[in-house]
Design a protein. Structure first.
Length: 393
């Protein structure tokens, strides 16, 4: 796939942009801890983490449920431009110590309007440029990008940058990453790239198409709860590092980096899993990942926590590429955009809901209790997923 210059260019831009976004995994909690004011810290962290999903979920839902298609290339360009402008403004305010929690939340709401639509657009562009034979490999490479940039390079760089220069510089770096991805799209993805030649089409909505594929619809429900039950971990992690590990931003970056290192190995092996039964593989991933937060709750040192999170990343990484390849495999070209956009929205809407629930949960149950509860509920999801996905063909 990397021999195709267009695909390689788009993936390279995605990798570099992901590194900027990965820096925010460290920068956002640190920035929130500095400006949360009278808002309980866990609630403030949850609100900041959830804000980028609110308006973007609404827009992506309209696109997925609607019948009028929009060019994936156009949506991705809009996301890059708006994100670059917004995060530049937030970064400048943070560097000059004028950023407040309401302004940060407002900026994240507005700047991420096209976030989900752009994410599905990036996947649609890459897989359509690769063709049917390259779809599984490209989905795996997109997962590999996320593992390397979002969870290895980004958090490690974020920990260093935040410790040395403050979280505002990391916000500016994310704006720069958006500009790099914008350039990659303009250069590498032709105007006619995308399903059905990149032309907006009027036809069935994503929901109507999914109704004809009930297993895919039920799998979407499983993915929703899998993501929902994961989100309290993101709220708990900065507090876990601060209180349980008694460490700072660099340790938080190392912990995310450990997850990414494991995910890198798991994502690199995705193409080797293409001949395995995909439904059973997805269910196994759900059950094995559930053990990660449970194990994390009982370790008290950074090296042990990194090992646990690294193994969790190894198990988790193949989930998204396998799920998307499974869904896309039975679609006509003109059906990809509404279905993938709706699928991305349904899978991702769990994030703000899980984060909003995670704040009060961590406040009430504590860091350890929240991690255990996340793992136990995810473990209970595995047999339910087996019934939903395997019970009826």
């Amino acid at each position: 796939m990397l021999r195709d210059r267009g695909v390689a260019g788009l993936l390279a831009g995605d990798l570099l942009a992901g590194a900027g976004t990965g820096m925010l995994l460290v920068a956002m909690p640190v920035q929130t801890l500095a400006i949360h004011g009278r808002v309980p810290v866990a609630v403030a962290v949850g609100l900041v983490a959830a804000a980028p999903f609110v308006l973007s979920t609404a827009l992506a839902t309209v696109i997925g449920l609607g019948r009028a298609g929009l060019s994936p290339r156009t949506l991705l360009i809009a996301d890059c431009v708006l994100r670059a402008l917004t995060f530049t403004a937030l970064g400048v305010l943070a560097v000059t110590d004028r950023l407040t929690l309401p302004v940060l939340l407002g900026g994240l709401l507005i700047g991420s309007v096209f976030r989900l639509a752009g994410s599905s657009g990036r996947r649609l562009l890459a897989t359509s440029m690769a063709g049917d034979d390259g779809r599984f490999a490209v989905n795996g490479l997109l997962g590999l990008n996320a593992s390397v940039a979002l969870y290895v390079v980004g958090p490690v760089l974020g920990g260093i940058v935040v410790a040395a220069a403050g979280p505002g510089v990391a916000l500016l770096a994310d704006a720069g990453g958006a500009l790099i991805l914008l350039a990659a799209v303009l250069v590498s993805a032709p105007r006619d790239a995308g399903p059905a030649g990149g032309r907006p089409s009027a036809g069935e909505s994503g929901w109507s198409i999914l109704r004809r594929r009930p297993v895919a619809a039920r799998l979407l429900v499983v993915v929703f709860f899998f993501n929902f039950l994961y989100m309290p971990i993101e709220v708990a992690l900065p507090l876990y590092v601060r209180d349980t590990l008694d460490a700072g931003p660099s340790a938080l970056g190392l912990l995310w980096g450990a997850l990414g290192a494991g995910a890198f190995v798991g994502a690199a092996l995705v193409n080797q899993l293409r001949d395995l039964p995909q439904r059973q593989l997805l269910i196994a991933i759900v059950g094995l990942w559930a053990l990660c937060p449970i194990a994390l709750s009982v370790v008290g040192g950074l090296p042990a926590a990194m090992i646990v999170f690294g193994l969790g990343g190894l198990v988790w990484a193949p989930f998204t590429p396998v799920a998307y390849s499974f869904v896309q495999s039975g679609l006509a070209p003109e059906e990809h955009q509404p279905v993938v956009t709706l699928w991305t929205t349904g899978a991702t809407v769990a994030a703000p809901l899980g984060l909003l629930a995670g704040g009060p949960l961590i406040e009430l149950a504590g860091v350890t209790g929240g991690l255990v509860l996340s793992g136990v509920l995810t473990l209970l999801l595995a047999p339910l997923a087996a019934v939903a996905v395997l019970g009826r063909r």
